[in-house]
Ligand binder design. Structure first.
Ligand code: F42
Length: 328
């Protein structure tokens, strides 16, 4: 099992780099930085991280090809590969619809766009001259003027067609989920795509990009996870809620509380233990370890500790290092 950690650049780059260095010291394998226009820029943050770490792999988790042309993404990630001495990994997905609406970008054909972007970016990174007349992406003989070596490409994906595409073309996948039941479904879709493309599914790094909250006091861990879990519930398809026995009406109740900024109701009971169980890796180190072992048995090969990580981020990073990574 590999361990990754997600940081959101809502914090200044130097603060994120401090956590990144600590994560490297605690034995994590990957750092993933989220990409949304309203936060600090992902590649500036990755540059500062690259200069403050030595061995850990680093990359956007995830960027997209609507706000950044694939040629620009290829140039940016190849620059990070060069600056970091070959430690860059690219996470790419179709992006977040809510932020695109605010930016006036229409979310047309996310699957086709992601597929074509990955083909183009891979060709750019391999030093090829890219001519492409895709359904969504077009290039007329573009080429990078430098080469910084291989960069594995991971997809951010949850939907069945996206997961099948992972099996067909990606080196890895970042799946926003925490429960074994969701991974049983996901791993099967990835396998289907890999078989179709004649690839070995065992070579694809399957990452649980999970809401993670760890503390020696389980109640503190659960409380810290509640607001993140509330957002996950409102963004989950009905099918996923039903899979976990969560009433679909909860989505509206929680959505209303979020819209009113009523975080007390979320913490007071709207976010139920069942929701925490379904959408977070949460609790004491033993609780978290138990879930990680279950995920490993299903085929998850990387656990990414995503927000909130714990009620105290620094303490949580050290706890994961000492009580989980060191004991795997
Ligand atoms: N998004 C961000 O913007 N920033 C981030 O930092 C970020 C991090 C992140 C980390 C992990 C992760 O898993 C996702 C993350 N995301 C982030 C979200 C990510 O960018 C995507 O929004 C999300 O992963 C996509 O979810 P999804 O796999 O459910 O895919 C959507 C597009 C979907 O509807 N998929 C369907 C499916 O079955 O997989 C496919 C729909 C389809 O086939 N569409 C056709 C097409 O070509 O797109 C068109 C159909 C038609 O009729 O037009």
């Amino acid at each position: 099992m590999k361990f990754g950690i997600e940081f959101v650049p809502s914090d200044p780059a130097l603060k994120v780099a401090y956590y990144a260095k600590l994560s490297e010291q605690q034995g994590f394998d990957n750092i993933w930085i989220t990409d949304h226009y309203n936060n600090r820029d992902v590649y500036s943050t990755l540059t500062v991280i690259a200069l403050n770490t030595n061995s850990i792999k680093i990359g956007p988790g995830v960027t997209n090809s609507y706000t950044r042309n694939p040629a620009i993404t290829a140039s940016s990630i190849a620059s990070i590969a060069e600056i970091s001495g070959g430690r860059a990994v690219l996470g790419l997905g179709p992006g977040d619809k809510a932020t695109f609406d605010a930016m006036g970008i229409s979310w047309n054909k996310p699957l086709a766009t992601t597929k074509e972007a990955i083909h183009a970016i891979r060709d750019f990174i391999e030093g090829k001259k890219v001519s492409m007349d895709g359904e969504m992406i077009k290039f007329g003989g573009a080429k990078l003027a430098f080469n910084a070596g291989r960069v594995p490409i991971y997809m951010g994906a949850q939907g069945p067609k996206m997961l099948e595409l992972v099996g067909e073309i990606a080196d890895g996948v970042l799946i926003n989920a925490s429960h074994p039941r969701d991974f049983e479904v996901a791993v099967e879709q990835i396998r289907k795509g890999a078989v179709k493309a004649g690839r070995d599914p065992g070579k694809i790094d399957v990452a649980a990009y999970a809401c993670f909250s760890i503390d020696k006091d389980p109640e503190k861990a659960v409380n810290a996870a509640k607001v993140v879990v509330a957002f996950i519930v409102t963004g989950s398809p009905d099918l996923v809620l039903e899979r976990h026995g969560i009433p679909v009406e909860a989505k509206k109740q929680i959505g209303d509380a979020i819209a009113k900024g009523d975080f007390e109701s979320l913490k007071g009971g709207l976010v139920t233990p069942k929701m925490i169980e379904a959408f977070a890796i949460c609790g004491t180190p033993d609780d978290c370890m138990k879930r990680i072992k279950e995920l490993e048995a299903i085929g998850v090969t990387q656990v990414v500790a995503g927000s909130p990580i714990g009620p105290d981020k620094e303490k949580a990073i050290r706890l994961i290092g000492k009580e989980i990574i060191a004991k795997m």
